[in-house]
Design a protein around this ligand. Structure first.
Ligand SMILES: Nc1ncnc2c1ncn2[C@@H]1O[C@H](COP(=O)(O)OP(=O)(O)OP(=O)(O)O)[C@@H](O)[C@H]1O
Ligand SMILES: [Mg+2]
Length: 210
């Protein structure tokens, strides 16, 4: 199984749709431990990405993802914009010039995206951020790929791990971003960024499953 350009375009549209559907939910999560803008930020960013999609939708997959990254950086603001922007710019680098993606391409894109976020935000697992969902997802994808699983099974493993990682942020004390000012009062709340990370990965998976 390979992923072609049309599926990539469908993934981007699905990510935008899922974020729009979950705008209030993400904002409510961010109201509890941040400044209540995560859903608004992400929705604004992905709407911008959709606006900028048509002129690149027939280009190589690297160009398409680079455009997603640049759209998010320019429109999201806050902490999450540059972090997710970096994530998709890294996708674009690995996918540069490609018309379709293999399992190993996607594993490399996820790993590079995570690495970009970690370099930029300096967060490690356990600090109650999007890294808590993304790192287990990347590791699960790699483990499934190493075991010879098909792309779909690798992506399913990644999303299951992201979901578990997202839930595991609930008892954590935030160490990064605005939420860390709350200290122990951040305990008991699910991290908004970990939540949006799981939603984005799940949106991509939905296209693979369709
Ligand atoms: N240094 C970081 N590394 C990774 N993720 C981070 C970092 N700082 C914040 N985040 C993620 O960003 C999410 C908040 O994104 P949001 O769109 O609300 O931006 P923000 O309000 O500027 O963020 P913050 O209040 O966290 O600085 C958090 O839930 C967390 O997952
Ligand atoms: Mg916020």
């Amino acid at each position: 199984m390979k992923v072609d350009r049309d599926q990539v375009v469908a993934m981007i549209k699905e990510m935008a749709a899922v974020v729009a559907q979950n705008k209030e939910y993400l904002t409510d999560l961010d109201s509890a431990i941040g400044d209540g803008d995560h859903g608004i930020n992400m929705d604004r960013g992905l709407r911008k990405v959709l606006e900028k999609l048509p002129p690149v939708a027939d280009k190589d997959i690297g160009t398409i993802f680079k455009n997603v990254g640049m759209g998010l950086i320019s429109a999201v603001g806050g902490a999450a914009g540059p972090l997710y922007g970096t994530f998709f710019l890294q996708f674009g680098k690995i996918a540069a010039g490609k018309e379709e993606l293999t399992t190993s391409d996607i594993g490399a894109m996820l790993a590079a995206g995570l690495e970009g976020i970690k370099q930029r935000g300096k967060a490690v697992v356990g600090e109650k951020t999007m890294v808590d969902a993304l790192e287990p997802a990347v590791e699960a994808f790699a483990a499934a790929a190493d075991a010879g699983k098909e792309l779909l099974a690798c992506f399913q493993a990644a999303v299951a791990a992201a979901e578990a990682g997202k839930k595991a942020t609930i008892p954590l004390v935030a160490k990064k971003g605005r939420a860390h000012y709350l200290g122990e009062r951040s305990i008991g709340h699910q991290d908004p960024g970990a939540t949006s990370s799981e939603l984005l990965l799940r949106a991509m998976l939905k296209v693979l499953e369709s």
